[in-house]
Design a protein around this ligand. Structure first.
Ligand SMILES: Cc1ncc(COP(=O)(O)O)c(C=O)c1O
Length: 367
């Protein structure tokens, strides 16, 4: 197969470090081989560190970020449960869709695209609905480049006795995320963003309260593949007697193990700071060239920046030119931002001042 090499500055996947690609190409072994079970344990340990959690049920689902979203809701909610879903972009909208399919009664809080979830609105909605059992929100909205205040949202939800589901697909390994300190109950992510791993995996973690709620379910989880009670015996066996559930993607998990090792080696704080510094440099380069950042400075999500496309500029021509002539992928706008914004990802390995300069130079030269 012909090798195609691109510089990936879209919303993910991002470029994958060589050591992760090398891990991916190691010889495949059986997914129940004791040696592989040891690797799964190592992944669990490293993932707990990256999520900053002690949750024992912390593992990597064998499919992309969307399965993390699906698994969270199909397990936590039963038909008739009342849930608040905070929507400030595409992915909050997907959460609502899944909750409705589960048969839950969904109350939405909708905030303007490009702004964060409003904690005061959440508080007021919870005060008016004492029977809500869960609150869901997207920590890092990849469709809008906004970071919401996960700590405040969780604090408010907890004070009303709710479980908290957080989509951290574009925050894990890129911006501060403290699962236990903030009181997040179900948190999922994706491999292809700030972890700089290959696409197709979804790290996830469940608090003890979430597991207890799931154990008290009256109805069976309608999805066999996503049923945590079945997955638990595969991922959580202490005596290395894991029961077969499905065939884990062995090589992709080698890659994940290496990606997590790199995060632990770098340390979380250094990695978060690196993402922040790269993004700040990108803002100043682009603003100096007359471009406008869509999100207010205090709500920006460092791994992903939304830039307004100037009125006289042809979006397709610019992105097509970068891809076809320079092998550079720049993200297009999604949902309400389609055609009027670019999404520039500086994630994982690409979150450096040098790479920010590289993409800024490339984009500015096309204008
Ligand atoms: C915030 C957010 N949630 C969920 C998803 C879905 O992840 P995936 O495309 O890996 O299934 C994405 C993907 O970009 C995302 O950005």
């Amino acid at each position: 197969m012909e090798s195609i090499k691109r510089d990936l500055f879209g919303p993910g996947p991002t470029n994958v470090p060589d050591s992760i690609l090398q891990a991916l190409s190691l010889p495949t072994i059986g997914h129940l081989d004791p040696a592989f079970l040891g690797i799964m344990d190592e992944i669990g340990e490293r993932l707990r560190h990256c999520f900053q959690t002690k949750n024992s049920l912390t593992f990597v689902l064998s499919a992309p970020g969307s399965i993390g979203m699906e698994t969270s809701f199909v397990n936590l909610l039963e038909p008739g449960d009342k849930v608040i879903v905070c929507i400030n972009g595409v992915f909050g909208g997907r959460m609502k869709d899944i909750c409705e399919r589960v048969g839950a009664e969904v109350i939405t809080i909708e905030n303007e695209w490009g702004t964060p979830v409003d904690p005061d609105e959440l508080r007021a909605t919870l005060e008016a609905n004492s029977d809500v059992t869960a609150v869901a929100f997207v920590h890092a909205e990849t469709s809008t480049g906004v970071r919401s205040d996960a700590k405040s949202i969780a604090e408010i939800a907890k004070s009303h006795g709710c479980l908290v589901v957080a989509d951290c697909v574009t925050s894990l390994g890129g911006v501060e995320l403290l699962v236990d300190d903030w009181g997040l109950d179900v948190v999922y992510s994706g491999s292809q963003k700030c972890l700089s791993c290959v696409p197709g995996l979804s790290p996830i973690t469940f608090s003890k309260q979430a597991v207890d709620k799931i154990k008290q379910r009256k109805s069976r989880v309608q999805s066999w593949f996503c049923d945590i009670s079945l997955l638990m015996s595969y991922y959580e066996s202490g005596e290395k007697t894991r029961a077969y559930h499905h065939t884990a993607p062995v090589n992709s998990l080698y890659a994940m193990n290496e990606a997590l090792r790199l995060v632990v080696e770098e340390t979380l704080q250094v990695r978060w700071d690196r993402h922040r510094d790269a993004a700040s440099h990108l803002y100043s380069r682009l603003e100096a060239a007359g471009l406008e950042m869509i999100v207010a400075a205090e709500h920006r999500l460092s791994p992903l920046t939304l830039v307004r496309i100037p009125e006289d500029v042809d979006d397709a021509a610019i992105r097509g030119g970068l891809l076809n002539n320079k092998n550079i992928e720049l993200g297009g706008g999604l949902g309400k931002f389609a055609g009027n914004a670019w999404r520039i990802g500086l994630m994982g390995q690409n979150a450096t001042v040098d790479r920010a300069d590289f993409i800024a130079d490339a984009l500015i030269s096309e204008l």
